[in-house]
Write a protein that binds this ligand. Sequence first.
Ligand code: DLL
Length: 432
Amino acid sequence: MIWNRERETLTDRKKKIIHGELLKNLVKRVYDSIPFYKEKIDAARINLDGITSITDIAKLPFTTKENLIDNYPFGMFAVPMSTIVEIHTSSGTTGKPVIGGYTSGDIDMWGEVMARCLTASGTAENDIIQNAYGYGLFTGGLGVHYGARRIGANVIPISGGNTKRQIMIMQDFKSTIITCTPSYSLYLAEVGGELGVDFKKVSLKAGNFGAEPWSDNMRKEIETRLNLMALDIYGLTEIIGPGVANECRYKNGVHICDDHFYPEIINPETGEVLPPGEVGELVITTLTREATPLLRYRTRDITALIPGECKCGRTSVRMKRIMGRTDDMLIIRGVNVFPSQIEEILFHIEGLEPHYQIIVDRVGNLDELSIQVEMNERLISDSIKGLEATENKIVAEIESVLGIKVGVKLVEPKTIVRSEGKAKRVIDKRQI
Ligand code: DLL
């Protein structure tokens, strides 16, 4: 099921022409309307008439999160305030947030890309979407809402939290699609289990889960516990919110809406553009955003573009599931570790619940990493030997995959804090 056949199945040749036109128009637009870009382009002595095709993008400067913060709140707006119809911000809890401004054209575009994402997970007009992303400044709630409206589906704007009510509504309203963070979906499964709900009898058939990193093994847990198809949805406030990319039912990469968001992968240290298949930092240019357009925005998210076509028929560029962020990568005694790598290992070891936390501390001059993970009821009733064997298994598997020795503590079920939005996986005691 494709939402917009013409735009989602463009040939390479057509795509190149469209990208070139949009880029040419974009650079002129940002140069004329955003003083930050005018200064940057002038300082780099870039001749805008020389930007004629998408390959010229390499001549343009990057935009960073610091640039956005420096221009807080409205310095990156390319249109007069009177044409802004909505503002959202990033969910960061410290310092100034990142701002996204939307014209009514941007809201239309958001509805379009979100409709594509929901359609990719099988959502159609007759579906009932239980939208458990937070409504408010966070883009999750309203982004999904606009996509659902565009499809003409029935959206239940329940927002995040109030878990028992979510379970009740899901059963009574016969919700068929659920949208929330992957960590919250597991909490829904847990609370449902406590209430005696059999998810095989619940109408949910699919979910668009994102806003935080998760692993394929976590997908398996969600699919088994909630009895649905779990697909990855990606996005960020700076670019539009959710709707930048979504998996299709083949689960073979996350399709980027590349007629609106042009992706590149760079080496985060040197800025060098990497070829398809290589892992690096995702950089996105917003080809059509009106209010807050961005040239080559450094997302800090780590992934790789996937070459080749997808069985679903879409020709949009795919990327791998986000592995982590350049700023949440832990460096433990010289080894780069992403929390999602640890999750992938934990979630296939028997006897564990899918709830964990990673604690980083400094002992002497060395960084130590320890993991607390919940055991299931069966493992609790095991002998001390059984528990030790599980702990040793976790230590050994992490050492063999990541090459570092970590501490592991099995904790009782339901002792790790559950999240209603983005889960906090890492506690960094080094900064306390
Ligand atoms: O999290 C937008 C969103 C809402 C995406 C609902 C998907 C669903 P921000 O709060 O600005 O926006 O956070 C953006 O979250 O740069 C990634 O680091 C992370 N992120 C978002 N989606 C995924 C995902 C929303 N599917 C930041 N996998 C991004 C991994 C993700 N990380």
